[in-house]
Design a protein around this ligand. Sequence first.
Ligand code: ZN
Length: 270
Amino acid sequence: MKNTSIDAMSYQGNKANFRIILFAFVYLLLAAYNDICKSETVNVEHAVLIFSGHVKDPASKIDHMGAKSYSGIFEYQFNDAIVRYFKSDFYQVLGIYYEVIQASGNMGLQERVNYANRIIPDLYIEIHHDAAQAEDIEKARRAGENSPLWNQMSGFSVHYSESNRFPELSKTFAQLFADEMLSDGFKPNLYHVNVEEMICIDRKRGIYNRISPWGLFVLYNVRSPAVIIECGTIVNPHEEKVLSLEETRIKIVHAINRAFMRFFNIEIEE
Ligand SMILES: [Zn+2]
């Protein structure tokens, strides 16, 4: 009985040893598999840094809440309303790491540049909504909501800078994004070139090169390809209404994501 019991114990012991060896083997197998997966993920991972333009509570003289819409809403709220989508997995493209910072986070211009240059993303974008010169807005307001004067203050635009460290890559992303917007029926903003005489390198796409005297601090100083997207013109009463719709915002989010995919050569999975 005793012997049997010892035998039984040693059998149990062998069984336990076998289990430990089996666990160790499976563990090593999983670890190796995990490493392979990780290295695959690293190969396809691209980092984008998305900032919502302006800040909710300005703490310095160079920061503000952005333009005021026709109905009196500050721009940063429109910017946040687009940017927040990218925080959700549902609106993130597989293979892209999204770092999203909203205007409500109150990160000023200098801090943005410092932050971007610490993490060095593959692409830096800022989301904005456009305005126009105060006197033109005033003139159109006096002429009424249905005045044709609003037509010149409308549309989206994309801004890059030849003074950025990666002008060609920045311009490429600007072109890809503009093409996606045009295919969705959005119209380019030509107010900045027709009225303000900014340097527009592509009128069809609404692409502007922001060099002196039209330079932009962030585009000059960020050490990554960088663009500023003006989604549309909120000082225009008709565009403000369209840009306030979730449907329009989601369209813009998808246009940005499709441009990311083309920029990073990410295949579309059917
Ligand atoms: Zn802005």
